[in-house]
Write a protein that binds this ligand. Structure first.
Ligand code: ZN
Length: 201
């Protein structure tokens, strides 16, 4: 296959990400992926925080939104709903672009067949680094990296880098955060090419 990342790990994630993009009906590497549509196929029900707010105690709300809001990016209910769907909540204090990365991670967990024994709360900073102590590193890396590659595929990213586009421009194109684009450039070993092309254009 052409246009795959140089590292073995990168190719592993990219091939799975391509499967996710195909499943979402995308045919080109420059197309935007909408994780909220894909979530439906994955049997995930994304509810807004406002919808469940009334069910939570004041202490829980304070913990989730004030003091602890930095400590979680999303959550998945470990038990399925009666209709077979799995409930997902995204941290409402985070940017919409960041929600997409969190949701893609959840979708990847489902598509990659990761078992529910994993930690149901996603704890990541905006650069995608896990900030939880107790988690399965390999599984979390596979899910996050695959989701990120589905949002910003290697072939599209490489082409934009070669055109001298900035991370902000690429982020706008895919409607994701700049931090996610920077992460994808670095992990795909495109950082040197990025710097070179940026100064040329
Ligand atoms: Zn995860």
């Amino acid at each position: 296959m052409q246009n795959l990342p140089p590292t073995q790990k990168g190719r592993h994630h990219e091939i799975r990400a391509q499967g996710l993009r195909e499943f979402a009906g995308l045919t080109r590497d420059d197309q935007r992926l909408d994780p909220f549509k894909l979530a439906e196929y994955a049997g995930l029900l994304v509810v807004s925080f406002a919808e469940i707010e009334a069910l939570l105690s004041k202490e829980t709300l304070d913990e989730l939104l004030d003091g602890g809001s930095k400590n979680w990016s999303g959550g998945a209910a470990s038990k399925k709903l009666p209709n077979g769907k799995k409930l997902i909540i995204l941290n409402p204090t985070h940017a919409k672009t960041r929600h997409k990365a969190t949701l893609m991670e959840e979708i990847s967990h489902v598509f990659l067949g990761h078992k529910a024994s994993r930690l149901a709360i996603e704890n990541r900073d905006k650069h995608g680094n896990v900030i939880a102590r107790d988690y399965n590193a390999d599984i979390e890396e596979e899910a996050y990296s695959t989701g990120a590659a589905a949002l910003v595929p290697y072939a599209g990213l490489k082409s934009f880098v070669e055109q001298g586009k900035t991370t902000a421009e690429i982020a706008r194109h895919y409607n994701v955060s700049k931090a996610l684009v920077e992460y994808r450039i670095k992990i795909s070993r495109l950082w040197d090419a990025y710097k070179e092309n940026l100064f040329q254009s």
